[in-house]
Write a protein of this length. Structure first.
Length: 445
């Protein structure tokens, strides 16, 4: 039963990702089905390998939300920048393969603990908040019936689909707040099932299947390797910043397991992530990373042992090996999946606030987080057409509010000693007389 809970958790987090990426790139239904099945196989295998050979904890290893957000954002801006999707996909492929090699080297050389020091609580707070903003924006567009990818420029809100999606999101929130704990942990799954049934009954969609139940491996489905330098640089930066998921997941579970993450655990975890990132680059999948959301699952269920986690990963892998299963789930309405994940990723605000609680803010050092937060959010809201005048080599980076915010946070945190400024303000406040006698003494003088 514990293994089934892990299966539901892994399934809910993964099933929408390959479908949305396939839709964003305008891929055929058969290709999307293959990508979905391969995502199940790779994710299940990655979870098992991490449990036995990596960090050896029950932490889900799946397709990274940061990678997913960056890829979908690049797809939505490709049209405004006049870039064909096959060039974008091919450049992403090259960037992901380069990133996999870098991640593998970081793991093998043991540099992870040194890099982890750069991601202090202030940086992680900014990362979690902007990460949530980007994903919530993507899910909200999906709920409103706005298609992913190049069609966004001419898209409009689909009111009937929007109303159903909003109703499902409210339903999932109600379960998450009011239902007993035994039911609450399945809130996302219940929301997807109820929403899917309601969608079919109301809109009666046509089955896009041709009856094909075969499974085949397709190299570079997003596009043959291409060399757009701006996209490659953006991809590599995203990959380096994606290591924050590893640090966040391992640090976040230290209190749960009553252990401190060792250098060998960092090394093994990042090495395995690097290997699976290479696999993702070849087969057009969203690259992997440990899921920080596993912390909430562990805390809520108390299932800390590895065996249930491994069983869940194994069952997920088996689902990917069955072509009819992959085809069935490829029919999931994107608006319903977006509604369920919209609720799930609202909890990233709690993760962000938990990191910010570890930082002592005052009127002097508040800039350390205010600048990257506000700049990142504002960049997210700017239309892609605004960035056409920026040189193409840096345009993809500067047009991503998530990347801009995290980079600014890393620069501010690691070049300025904010604690020193905070201490100066505290000492100055202590020198200000507050008592009536001190004020009289000052006035007499």
């Amino acid at each position: 039963m514990s293994g089934l809970q892990w299966l539901f958790f892994i399934f809910t987090n993964i099933v929408v990702i390959p479908i949305t990426v396939g839709a964003a790139f305008g891929l055929s239904q058969s290709t999307i089905v293959n990508m979905l099945q391969l995502s199940f196989i790779v994710t299940g295998l990655a979870c098992m390998v991490q449990a036995f050979l990596g960090h050896k904890r029950a932490i889900m290893e799946g397709q990274s939300g940061l990678w997913w957000g960056v890829i979908l954002t690049l797809c939505s801006t490709a049209m405004a920048q006049g870039m064909p999707l096959h060039i974008l996909g091919g450049s992403l492929t090259v960037g992901i393969i380069i990133t996999s090699i870098i991640t593998l080297l970081i793991g093998l050389t043991g540099l992870a603990p040194h890099i982890a020091k750069l991601f202090n609580p202030a940086v992680m707070g900014v990362f979690m908040f902007l990460f949530g903003c980007q994903l919530i924006g993507i899910f909200l567009k999906g709920m409103l019936g706005i298609p992913f990818g190049n069609q966004v420029g001419s898209a409009t809100i689909d009111v009937p689909i929007s109303l159903l999606s909003i109703a499902i999101a409210i339903f999932v929130i109600f379960i998450s707040v009011k239902a007993p704990t035994s039911v609450r942990r399945y809130g996302l799954l219940i929301g997807i099932i109820v929403g899917w049934i309601a969608y079919v009954l109301i809109f009666k969609p046509e089955n896009a299947s041709n009856g094909s139940t075969s499974f085949s491996l397709e190299l570079f489905p997003l596009g043959a390797p291409a060399w757009d330098l701006g996209i490659i640089i953006t991809t590599v930066i995203a990959g380096l910043l994606n290591t924050a998921n590893t640090f966040g997941a391992l640090k976040g579970t230290e209190s749960i397991y009553n252990v401190e993450t060792t250098k060998s655990e960092y090394r093994a975890s990042l090495t395995i992530t690097g290997i699976f990132t290479f696999i993702a680059g070849i087969f057009g999948l969203v690259p992997n990373s440990p899921y920080v959301s596993s912390i909430g699952f562990l805390s809520q269920t108390g299932i800390l042992k590895r065996i249930p986690f491994v069983l869940g990963g194994f069952m997920f892998l088996v689902m990917g090996l069955l072509p009819p299963v992959g085809h069935f789930f490829s029919q999931l309405p994107l608006s319903i999946g977006s509604a369920a994940l919209f609720v799930s990723y609202l909890l990233l605000l709690n993760s962000s606030l938990n990191f910010f609680k570890q930082v002592k803010f005052n009127t002097v050092n508040i800039y350390r987080s205010a600048v990257p937060l506000f700049v990142g959010v504002v960049v997210m809201t700017l239309p892609a057409s605004y960035f056409v005048t920026i040189p193409s080599i840096i345009r993809p980076v500067l047009s991503s509010g998530l990347l801009v915010g995290i980079i600014v946070a890393l620069i501010l945190e690691n070049l300025i000693d904010w604690d020193e400024y905070g201490n100066e303000e505290v000492s100055n406040q202590k020198e200000i007389p507050n008592s009536v006698t001190d004020k009289k003494a000052i006035s007499s003088k």
